[in-house]
Design a protein around this ligand. Structure first.
Ligand code: MIG
Length: 691
C-alpha cells in the first residue's frame, strides 16, 4: 500500500511511473517541522535497522551516520564522506514499524540516521517542495517490490554488457586499443569490450573523434567487433565553448545551454576548458542532446558511459575571480594560520563549489529555475536523453548505457558505475555492501571499478576483487591515469584470470536469468540476508555476505593476506569451493558459523536447500556462449525442484518472462534428471547433493 503526501509545489521529476493521487491524511510516524526549512523526525526503537540510500558510504544498515543527497564529484570517498555521485532518496525502516519512504525532491537532502542521536532519524531540506511516498507492506521484500513497481522496470543491458570489460583512462590512440585487444587475445583471456576515455575526443569535445590519433576509427570499431570486442566511448556533460564546433554553435543558436543570472550561457570549466551545460531538464534540449550520440552509433558504436554529470565543475568564472581576489588580498602578508586556511580553501574549494550551483539556471516551462533546486536531476536527464536518442535510432535494439550521476528514475534508462573508488581493500568491501542498497533503488546494472580506479592496485587485491566482480552485472576493470597498469595481462598469473573470467561466462545462464527476473518482477538481484531470514538476528546483521538471486549466497574474501574467512549460514546449504572455474570441494554445511579455509585462488558459493544452479560451458565472449546446454548443480532432500530459466538473443528489447522455461530436476529410479518443455535446452551434467 503506497500513499503519497505532497508538500509545497514539487518539481515533477518523473521518478515515479504510476500516478498516485496525493492524500490529505496527516503524514504518520514522523514529526514534521516547517520552520527553517523542512524536517521530518522519527524515533527509532532499540534495534531498528535502516536500509536504503543506494549509492552511499558505509554499511547496508545505514544507522549511526549522516548521509547527504547531493550528487558530488568526489574522487576521495573515504569513510567520513556523506555524499557520492548519486541521490537515491529511498529508505526502509525495519523494527517496531516496518515501512519504506521515498522522498521525491531533487534538492540537497540530509538523512541523519541516528548520527546526532542514535535513536532518532532526522531528514531535512532547505525548502518544502516535495512528494513523500510512504510504502507499507508486511515485509521488506514486499516494500521493495511495491516501490520498484511504482518507479518502473529497471534497464536491461544487451547481453554483451554482462561480459568482461576493460577500461583505463590513458588509452590514447588506435595502437593502444589494438594492443589491449591483442594481449587479451594472445593469452586467451575473455574480453567483451574496451572503454574509450576522454582522450579519444578532439580536445575533449563531445561527439568528436581526434582524427590524428584515430585516423581509421570506423575500421578500428569494425576490426575489434570482428574479434567480439566492442568499443564504448565516454560522453561528458560539458560542451566546449569554441567557435566552429557544431554542437556548441547549435546549442548557442537554439538557446539550449543553462544560463547565468543575466541570461547568458553559463560558463563552467571542465576538461575542455570553458564549457556550457546542455539544459537536459528541458525536453526539447534532451531530444537534441540525445540525437548527438547518433554520429558515433553511425560509426558502429553500441554503448556509452556518461561522465561528469553531477555536473562536475572545475571552476566557474565568478568562482575563479573570487579566488584570485582572495589571493591578491594576502599577497603581501606573512601567512599565518588564518590566511593559510583561507589560502587552502580558496584554491581547493574552486572545484565542485556548491556556490556555483546557485549561479546557473534551467529553463522550466519558460521560467528560469536555479540549478540548486534541481541539482540531483542532471545526470539522470543526461542519461535519459541518451536512451531516448538510442530509441530514435533503433527502438528495438538494446544499447549499453551507464552513468556516473543518477537519481531514482534513471534506473529505467541505464545503469551506473559507482565512480572513482581506490585500489583499497576497504573499497572492495564497500562495493559488496553497496550492491543491495543500489538494487533496492532500482539500479541493477551496476558495479565498481574492479581493481580500483585511483591508487596502485596489487595482484592479490585484483584477484579477490574479481572473485566478487564475477558476480556483478557490470564487470569492468577501470583505472585512473598514472596508476599502475592493471589489465589482467599485466600480472604474472594470467592463466588464473583466464579461468576466473571463463567461470563468469559459465555463470551467465543464472546471472542473466536472475537479472531479467529482478527487473521484470521488481525484485532484488543482490539482497541482504535479513530480507530472506528476517527472524534470524545474526542473518539480519551480517553485512559481508549477500544473497544473489533466488538460490545463491556469496561470501567474498575482502581482506589482505586472508587464508580463509568466517561465514554464517542462515540455514543448511551446499558450499562449493571454486578455484577459478574448477570445483575443489562440495559439502553440505549446517546452519551456523563456519570458518572456511580459502587460499588466494579460492572462493565459495552457497546453494540454498532444495535449489539448483544452472551453468554452461565457458567461453571468451557472450556471442559464442551456448546458454542452452546446461550443467545443473544443487542440493535436495529428495524433493523435486524447479527453476524458471530465462534466456534470449541478448540484443532485442522484446523481453518477456512468458518466454522463460521451467526446468524441473527430480529423482527418478534413483537418478537425478533434469527436464524442460523447452526443446532448445539440454543438460550435460547433473550433480545433486543430499541435504
Ligand atoms: O575527473 O574521464 O569517474 O572513470 O576515467 C576525472 C576521466 C574524469 C572521472 C570518471 C573516471 C574517468 C575520468 N573522469
Amino acid at each position: 500500500m503506497i500513499k503519497k503526501f505532497t508538500f509545497g509545489t514539487p518539481f515533477q521529476t518523473d521518478a515515479v511511473v504510476t500516478q498516485i493521487p496525493s492524500t490529505s491524511e496527516a503524514f504518520p510516524y514522523f514529526q514534521i517541522h516547517q520552520e527553517n526549512g523542512f524536517s521530518l523526525t522519527y524515533s527509532m526503537s532499540g534495534d531498528d535497522v535502516v536500509y536504503g540510500l543506494g549509492e552511499n558510504m558505509r554499511g547496508i544498515n545505514k544507522r549511526g551516520y549522516r548521509y547527504i543527497s547531493c550528487c558530488s564529484d568526489d574522487a576521495h570517498h573515504t569513510e567520513d564522506k556523506s555524499s557520492l555521485y548519486a541521490a537515491h532518496n529511498f529508505i526502509m525502516i525495519s523494527g517496531d514499524n516496518c515501512f519504506g519512504l521515498f522522498i521525491d525532491c531533487p534538492e540537497k537532502l540530509t538523512f541523519d540516521i541516528g548520527y546526532t542521536d542514535y535513536d532518532t532519524i532526522v531528514i531535512s531540506t532547505d525548502s518544502v517542495d516535495m512528494d513523500l511516498y510512504l510504502i507499507e507492506e508486511s515485509s521488506l521484500k514486499e516494500i521493495v517490490h511495491s516501490f520498484r513497481e511504482m518507479i518502473g522496470e529497471s534497464y536491461i543491458p544487451p547481453k554483451w554488457g554482462l561480459g568482461y570489460q576493460q577500461s583505463r583512462w590513458g588509452y590514447l590512440c588506435e595502437e593502444d586499443f589494438n594492443e589491449v585487444a591483442n594481449q587479451y587475445e594472445s593469452l586467451d583471456i575473455p574480453l567483451e569490450s574496451i572503454y574509450m576515455d576522454i582522450d579519444y575526443m578532439e580536445r575533449y569535445k563531445d561527439f568528436t573523434i581526434d582524427e590524428k590519433r584515430f585516423p581509421h576509427f570506423e575500421t578500428l570499431v569494425k576490426d575489434l567487433k570482428a574479434k567480439g570486442i566492442k568499443l564504448v566511448p565516454i560522453i561528458d556533460a560539458g560542451v566546449k565553448v569554441e567557435d566552429g564546433y557544431d554542437v556548441y554553435e547549435e546549442g548557442i543558436q537554439k538557446g539550449y545551454f543553462c544560463k547565468d543570472k543575466d541570461g547568458k550561457p553559463f560558463v563552467a570549466a571542465v576538461w575542455p576548458g570553458h564549457s556550457h551545460f546542455p539544459d537536459v531538464l528541458n525536453p526539447e534540449v534532451r531530444a537534441w542532446f540525445g540525437s548527438k550520440y547518433q554520429c558515433l552509433i553511425d560509426k558502429g558504436i553500441e554503448g556509452f558511459w556518461n561522465d561528469m554529470n553531477e555536473p562536475a565543475i572545475f571552476y566557474s568564472e565568478e568562482g575563479l575571480k573570487e579566488c584570485f581576489a582572495y589571493l591578491d588580498s594576502i599577497r603581501d602578508k606573512n601567512i599565518g594560520i588564518e590566511e593559510n586556511e583561507g589560502l587552502m580553501n580558496a584554491v581547493m574549494g574552486l572545484a565542485n563549489n556548491p556556490k556555483d550551483y546557485d549561479r546557473f539556471y534551467h529553463d522550466i516551462d519558460g521560467k528560469p529555475v536555479v540549478h540548486t533546486k534541481l541539482h540531483n536531476l542532471f545526470g539522470y536527464n543526461m542519461t535519459r536523453a541518451a536512451a531516448d536518442g538510442f530509441d530514435k535510432v533503433d527502438e528495438t535494439k538494446r544499447f549499453l548505457l551507464f552513468s556516473r550521476s543518477s537519481y531514482i528514475g534513471m534506473h529505467r534508462y541505464g545503469g551506473i558505475w559507482t565512480g572513482d573508488n581506490c585500489a583499497w581493500w576497504s573499497h572492495l568491501l564497500l562495493n559488496i555492501k553497496m550492491m543491495p542498497s543500489l538494487n533496492m533503488c532500482g539500479f541493477l546494472y551496476t558495479g565498481a571499478d574492479l581493481g580500483g580506479f585511483g591508487a596502485d592496485t596489487s595482484y592479490d587485491l585484483m584477484v579477490r576483487w574479481l572473485q566478487f566482480g564475477i558476480f556483478t552485472p557490470l564487470m569492468r576493470n577501470h583505472a585512473a591515469k598514472d596508476t599502475r597498469e592493471q589489465e589482467l595481462y599485466q600480472f604474472k598469473n594470467t592463466s588464473y584470470f583466464r579461468e576466473l573470467l571463463r567461470f563468469r561466462y559459465s555463470f551467465l545462464p543464472y546471472l542473466y536469468s536472475e537479472y531479467v527476473k529482478a527487473s521484470k518482477n521488481s525484485t532484488m538481484l543482490f539482497s541482504p540476508l535479513g530480507f530472506d531470514y528476517p527472524e534470524d538476528p545474526v542473518a539480519v546483521h551480517t553485512e559481508d555476505q549477500l544473497l544473489l538471486g533466488e538460490n545463491l549466497m556469496i561470501a567474498p574474501v575482502y581482506t589482505q593476506n586472508a587464508i580463509g574467512r568466517t561465514v554464517y549460514l542462515p540455514e543448511d546449504m551446499l558450499c562449493i569451493t571454486f578455484s577459478a572455474g574448477e570445483k575443489r570441494k562440495m559439502e553440505v554445511l549446517k546452519k551456523g558459523h563456519h570458518y572456511l579455509e580459502l587460499s588466494l585462488e579460492e572462493f565459495p558459493i552457497f546453494l540454498r536447500k532444495n535449489s539448483f544452479l544452472v551453468l554452461c560451458q565457458p567461453s571468451n565472449n557472450t556471442e559464442s556462449l551456448n546458454m542452452n546446454a546446461l550443467e545443473v548443480i544443487g542440493c535436495s532432500d529428495g524433493s523435486t525442484m524447479t527453476y524458471e530459466y530465462y534466456n534470449d538473443d541478448g540484443y532485442t528489447k522484446d523481453i518477456s518472462l512468458d518466454n522463460a522455461s521451467l526446468i524441473t530436476v527430480s529423482k527418478e529410479t534413483g537418478e537425478w534428471v533434469a527436464t524442460s518443455a523447452d526443446d532448445a535446452l539440454s543438460f550435460y551434467e547433473i550433480t545433486i547433493m543430499e541435504c
